[in-house]
Design a protein around this ligand. Structure first.
Ligand SMILES: [Zn+2]
Ligand SMILES: [Zn+2]
Length: 102
């Protein structure tokens, strides 16, 4: 089950479970769309993979227990300082390769 982390690891912006701006890699590294597009070049600084929009968990109970009220998002914030110069160097050789070929 997705953790639904509460913030962007790069800029610290809040990413609530219903946010349409949250992006994740396969390891659930979580960033806002702005950072993914303008600072990370769709390259995860932790694994080198690409990002996809994070699905939104239903806020209402359509099926038993399968909703935010029973399965809330994480409250553990992951914001940290990312060295964007180092990342640009890391991303330079990856950003032009489609994620499914990295
Ligand atoms: Zn961000
Ligand atoms: Zn990652």
């Amino acid at each position: 089950m997705l953790e639904l982390r509460p913030d962007c690891e790069c800029c610290g912006k809040d990413l609530s479970p219903d946010s349409t701006k949250a992006m994740i890699c396969t390891f659930e590294c979580t960033f806002c769309r702005d950072c993914v597009e303008t600072k990370l070049f769709n390259v995860c600084p932790n694994c080198g993979g690409g990002f996809e929009p994070r699905p939104v968990r239903p806020s209402r109970e359509h099926r038993k227990d399968a909703f935010l009220g029973k399965r809330p998002g994480s409250t553990v914030r992951k914001h940290r300082t990312i060295d964007l110069e180092e990342h640009a160097e890391f991303a330079r050789k990856l950003k032009d390769i489609p994620p499914h070929l990295r």
